[in-house]
Every structure is written in C-alpha cells, then in structure tokens.
Design a protein around this ligand. Sequence first.
Ligand SMILES: Nc1ncnc2c1ncn2[C@@H]1O[C@H](COP(=O)(O)OP(=O)(O)OP(=O)(O)O)[C@@H](O)[C@H]1O
Length: 336
Amino acid sequence: MKEKIIEIIDLTKSFHTKDGEVKALDHIDLTIHKGDIFGIIGMSGAGKSTLVRCMNFLEVPTAGTVIVDGQDLFALSKKELREVRHSMGMIFQQFNLLMQKTVMENVCFPLEIAGVKKAEAQEKARELLAIVGLENKEKAYPSQLSGGQKQRVAIARALATNPKVLLCDEATSALDPTTTRSILALLKDINKRLDITIVIITHEMSVIEGICSHVAIIDQSKIAESGRVQEIFTHPKTLAAQKLVYPDGQNTGENIGEKCLRIVFDGSSSYDPVMSEMILACKAPVNILYADMKDIEGTAIGQMVIQLPSDENLAEKIIYYLKNRNLTVEEVNYRA
Ligand SMILES: Nc1ncnc2c1ncn2[C@@H]1O[C@H](COP(=O)(O)OP(=O)(O)OP(=O)(O)O)[C@@H](O)[C@H]1O
C-alpha cells in the first residue's frame, strides 16, 4: 500500500457573502497517495478550486482536518505552514507569470524569496528549464511566449522549491488540444521522473483519461464518487459520474428509453469480434446506439450501448452470451 500524502477528513468550507452563507465544500473525505496523479473533476461551481486551495490552506477550512505528509495543517505554526506550502507547488489556468521579468527571473523568483544565492538559483532554474523543454528561452519575456510555453515556465517555477506535490488548477483549460496533450505529457513525465504527486483540477474528462491514475468527482460541494480512473470509467455508479463518462447529455441513469444493454470492454476483450460472434450465435440483430474506445493507462477500454430486441427470450439469450464472454453488461435506459 502506498503512503498517504494528502488526507482530507470531513472537511467543510463555507463563505459568508452579502447574500448569505455559501457552502462550497460539504463533508469531504479524500485520500491521495504518494506518486498518484489524482484528478478532481466537476462542473463549474462544484467546489474544485476551493478544495485544492484547502489542501495548502490558501483557504482555511471551516471545519475538518487536512493532513499533508503526516502533518495536521491546523496544528502548525505560521512558519511550519509556510514550509508545507513550499512542499506544494501550484500552477494555474492563467499561468500567473511576472510579465516584467524574464523566463529565468520568473523561475528564480521563489528561490530568491527562499534566500537562495543568485548563482545557485540560476543553476537550478536552468536544470528545470531543460526539464520543461525551454532551455533556449531563458532571456525571453512571457509576452514573447505561446500559452503552452508560458505554462511550461509556470511548471518550472512551481518545481523550483522541490515540492512533493504539484497542485494544478485547470492548468490546461486555456490551451488548445495539441498543447494540452503536450503539457499533460510533461506532467506525467515530471510525476515519474521526479516522483512528484500531482493533483489536477479539471472540468474535462479527457484530462482525467489522459493522465490520471485516480479521480474524485465533485458534485454540488460533495464527493460523488472517487477511485481508480479505470474503475470509475467502467462502472460509474452515480448520476454525476455517468454524466461525465457518457458524452453530451447521453446518459443511462435518468432517461426513459428503449430496453438497452451497456457492455463494457476491458482491454482483453476489446480486440475480439465479440459483437459479430454474438449476432451469429444468437441469430439476433442488434442496434448499436453508442460505442466509444479510450486508452486509459495503456489499456484499451471501451463501452457500447446496444438496443435489445423486443423478444424477451432473445434479449435474455444475448445477455447470457455476453456475460459468458466475461464482459460486464448492465441493462440501461438510454436516449440518444
Ligand atoms: N471567496 C469566495 N467568496 C464567496 N464564495 C465563494 C468564494 N470562492 C468560491 N465561492 C463559491 O463557492 C462555490 C465553489 O466555488 P469553486 O471556485 O471552488 O468552484 P469550481 O468547481 O472550482 O468552479 P469553476 O470550475 O467555475 O472554477 C461557488 O458557489 C463559488 O461561488
């Protein structure tokens, strides 16, 4: 079992506004282990940013406990809290670079504040700029860089204090899909190469599928579901999870439709011609309503929704056949 790095126990965060109290987080429990790439996904306003800001006490929770690398943040002095914050780098959607400073100066900035000598800071910054692929941009100003390059500088800066955890708040939301993929690949590389735990907040399932090992789905201030990405993807239990797994309003939970079957392919079966063999064996025509394949942690994962024939015996035969092929099948209601 991997060691815990962040443990959140029964955390609640409320804001007092002129319109009354806003409960941004409601009794949250969450555990992140060392080395995880942990995604937190949810709709706008669900509480994602507040949750990640509670992890380093940029927001102080109203109630509950936050333990980082064995330290209860509520029990720490200001100085100790500053040290914990140093151990948690942070990057943002809007990069938050100092526009009047060069790339080198931006990356050196947190080291300067920590009292590191200039030559030493520059050496460290050069190392980091090489890791993020910007070794030839030392003297450039942020305005001369693309969005992806700016985020690389922000990542190098966040790594300057040798953090154990990198918190990423919608770090790819301002980037195009190709640049997003390259930044996600860089984060994955950093996770492996530097053994840094990564927490990623996003509203995009593709980011979770792209690099996360674990995910928590946050819905209306509460954790709806959390676990390994592969498990949540193949067996979404809550409506919030189903809405994320099924694209654009197609879901199996709440809509009344034809009698349908959802079939989950788990990598071993996705390359077998199961469907055509089933049609031949059961002599049953089926209507494929939806099919999708994804690559999750190197495993091909797929799902398909088929419309069952109205003949109940035939429908049962199909279900029996597929279950015998060791596929996960569940009857669902579906509306395309
Ligand atoms: N400083 C604040 N003062 C008052 N209310 C706040 C504050 N910060 C967040 N909230 C409220 O808390 C709730 C959760 O906000 P939060 O920013 O954490 O959501 P989010 O999931 O990150 O949303 P988004 O994806 O749109 O950034 C929202 O209702 C928001 O209006």
